[in-house]
Design a protein around this ligand. Structure first.
Ligand code: ARG
Ligand code: GLU
Length: 719
């Protein structure tokens, strides 16, 4: 009896205890947290952070290129984000002879800034709570599809109206708490965004994949862009006559520095978290999904490495691809370790037992919530084998570039084969594809992909049940037993591997040419995989995930009723959020303590390990170091480089401004510690730390390393 009581009290304590550092909060509702934030040190008001009537800090922040965050640091539209966020642009301006990745780039004047077709940034104009409007006509009896359709209708009309309110406006309506609430976001999009400056990779990516996700860190992970607007300061497509955008707000930069315990605020666009998932989902993630996906990427990465180590052209072509594949791979490894270490499955199970006990306390609760946990059990058991196929489809099938390339043709080909094909639509679709094809071949190497193909086919064959295998796999292996031979045959026959042939066929696409594509061995293989997936997996998979959506919506509603005093934050969904915490080190393992900051001394230290290619800083940086020529950026005879704090962040927060108590810029967020990556599922203030570039290192690189005084002069720097 006493024991049970103690158990309940303890677990209640765990659930109820508001962990101050956890959470990615909605800016419009930040008033609810502001007292706590001020207790932790913040000197600003909720209105300073987010306001629709006056310029506020949100007006200095952009979602950068879809997946990152950036912030304005001058009255002339100068923007700072991570080097890894600007990577595709930096890479696209690079060739073997004129290599911005290797050498860096600093525009000496605005005329030298480099345009980037396809890159855009967007500011949040405002957000509205539209829950009541959206859910007004939703009945409990509706199917998920009917519900979704109704919601879409209301959302579409709200969005259409909002988008007419201003130039370059784009809006969307997003669900929160699994569809218990809805908010509309109105953005202003700018399309003329030019590259202004970037350090060489040996600074911007120092430590590379060796150090990625790892503390202590010494990466100068920043790049500079500038937003351009038309003469009226409105968004406009690229034009030489555009002028630098004048922002409503930009960040002042603080050189005051940080110390342990200082308040920090990260304001950006976190992508996706899953804090509410049940023990079943956690188990699926760490026992099945992550290990398989990690293994498939292990294989792919070792093939990439083999080629890039011996061939510079391939190294440039595959630089961004390698970074992308390695990034999630390493994160998954850390996430699995972190969730196991926290014993996340048991913690979730404890919470589920409490929920079940609470839901049994009266008939109304029992009726509404009593069925949830047994249903989760059943659905996840059925989901697991289907989810394995989905993982192999994403990682093994689509991990082969030729197959994902072929998948892009499906729509056009089916249009071309229609007897009464609409010529205009066909041409439009074809032109889009032609552009894609040109881009694709810029960064494609057949010998790399051929080997990836062989390895992925083998992995699929060995792991996926026979009834979900394309016939050719089994047949082939019985005949020859050599996956490389299969790859050699396919890649020597296919038209998809030859840009000239592909473009010629596309040029006058008609039903004859379409058939030629359809009969191509690569397309046939792609289609066999897809056909099997569509017939045997997709339908049931989506039925289950739809049902899970309903379950989670109800479960989260229940959790909120069970703990009416707890402040819940919604999972990240690529909308603007505020995370706050404190600067501080941590103890990742028994006997190991991490300090909260690193310095340029560590760059020198790492560079002494001469056999690690990721640890080769530019000569000039080390000369400055040896001469202690640090200018105004010296602190105790060195230059600070990075620091960690307990802000709850995730992918998408890269490039986010890290602000001090006064709202001045002290850093740029770029990563999390490896021991922290489970925070997408379960945050723990003892182990969860975001990693930020110390803004003083960025200034040092711009000023002392690159000599780009013109940029320093644009900024407002507080001493
Ligand atoms: N881990 C960081 C993020 O998730 C940085 C990734 C880029 N850096 C790299 N070495 N791959 O985006
Ligand atoms: N590097 C990540 C990004 O690109 C941020 C790190 C994280 O996941 O916290 O957004």
């Amino acid at each position: 009896m006493r024991k049970t009581f103690l158990f309940v009290v303890l677990s209640l304590f765990l659930v109820f205890k508001g962990i101050a550092d956890e959470g990615m909060w909605i800016p419009m509702l930040i008033g609810k947290n502001i007292a706590e934030m001020q207790r932790m040190g913040l000197k600003l008001t909720a209105e300073d952070l987010y306001s629709v009537n006056n310029a506020s800090l949100k007006d200095a922040i952009v979602q950068f290129g879809g997946g990152c965050t950036g912030e304005l640091i001058s009255a002339e539209g100068l923007l700072i984000t991570n080097h890894h966020c600007g990577y595709p642009e930096i890479q696209s301006h690079s060739t073997v002879d004129h290599n911005l990745l290797a050498n860096g780039f600093w525009a000496a004047s605005k005329a030298e800034e480099l345009p980037n077709p396809g890159l855009s940034v967007r500011f949040l104009v405002r957000m509205d709570d539209v829950t009541n409007l959206v859910l007004k006509n939703i009945a409990p009896s509706m199917t998920e599809q009917e519900r979704a359709k109704r919601i879409r209708q209301v959302a579409d009309s709200l969005v259409a109206k909002a988008e007419k309110e201003g130039i370059g406006y784009e809006a969307n309506v997003r669900p929160f708490y699994y569809g218990n609430q809805y908010y509309m976001f109105v953005y202003q999009v700018f399309e003329d965004v030019r590259l202004v400056g970037t350090p060489p990779e040996s600074i911007g990516k120092f430590g590379g994949d060796t150090d990625n996700w790892v503390w202590p860190r010494h990466t100068g992970d920043f790049s500079l862009f500038r937003i351009y607007a038309d003469k009226n300061n409105n968004p406009a497509p690229y034009s030489p006559s555009n002028v630098p955008y004048k922002p409503k707000k930009f960040f002042k930069i603080s050189m005051k520095g940080i110390k342990e315990g200082d308040f920090t605020l990260v304001y950006g666009f976190p992508g996706r978290t899953q804090q509410f998932i049940t023990s079943h989902a956690v188990r699926l993630l760490i026992d099945q999904s992550n290990p398989h996906k990690i293994n498939l990427r292990d294989i792919r990465l070792s093939i990439f490495n083999k080629f890039t180590e011996s061939n510079d052209t391939i190294a440039i072509k595959y630089a961004a691809k390698h970074a992308r594949v390695a990034n999630a791979w390493k994160k998954w490894i850390g996430e699995t370790m972190g969730l196991r270490r926290l014993d996340a499955v048991s913690k979730k199970q404890e919470q589920e037992s409490m929920f079940a006990a609470w839901a049994a306390t009266n008939p109304e609760l029992k009726e509404r919530y009593g069925w949830l946990l047994p249903t989760f059990d059943r659905l996840y058991a059925e989901l697991a084998p289907l989810s394995l196929v989905v993982d192999y489809r994403n990682e093994a099938v689509y991990g082969v570039e030729m197959l994902s390339f072929a998948s892009r043709f499906e729509r056009l080909l089916s249009m071309a084969l229609e007897p009464n094909a609409d010529k205009a639509k066909l041409a439009e679709q074809r032109n889009k594809l032609v552009e894609y094809v040109r881009d694709f071949f810029k960064d494609f190497d057949l010998s790399v992909d051929r080997e990836v193909f062989a390895a992925m086919m083998q992995a699929y064959y060995e792991r996926i049940p026979q009834k979900l295998q394309p016939e050719f796999l089994g047949k082939f292996i019985q005949q020859s037993g050599n996956w490389r031979e299969l790859a050699r045959q396919i890649y020597s026959q296919t038209a998809f591997a030859d840009s000239v042939r592909v473009l010629t066929l596309l040029n006058d696409i008609d039903s004859t040419n379409a058939r030629e594509f359809l009969n191509d061995p690569v397309f046939s293989i792609y289609f066999e995989f897809e056909d099997l997936y569509r017939k045997n997996v997709q339908k049931r998979y989506f039925e289950i995930t739809d049902s899970l959506d309903i379950l989670y919506r109800t479960y989260v509603e229940g959790l909120m009723r069970m703990q009416p005093d707890k402040r819940f934050f919604p999972d990240a969904n690529s909308t603007l959020r505020i995370a706050y915490g404190k600067v501080g080190g941590f103890a990742p393992r028994d006997g190991v303590v991490y300090d909260y900051y690193t310095t340029i001394n560590g760059i020198y230290e790492k560079s002494q390990q001469r056999d690690v290619p990721d640890y080769v800083p530019p000569k000039r940086l080390m000369e400055l170091y040896q001469a202690k020529d640090f200018g105004p950026y010296a602190v105790n005879g060195t230059v600070p480089v990075a620091f960690i704090a307990s802000n709850h962040t995730t992918g998408g927060n890269s490039g986010s401004p890290v602000l001090d108590a006064e709202g001045n810029l002290i850093g740029v967020n770029f990563d999390r510690c490896w021991e922290s990556t489970m925070s997408d599922v379960m945050f723990d203030p003892n182990y969860c730390r975001n990693i930020s570039l110390d803004i003083r290192y960025a200034l040092f690189v711009i000023d002392k390393y690159a000599g780009a005084k013109n940029l320093i002069n644009e900024m407002v720097i507080l001493q």
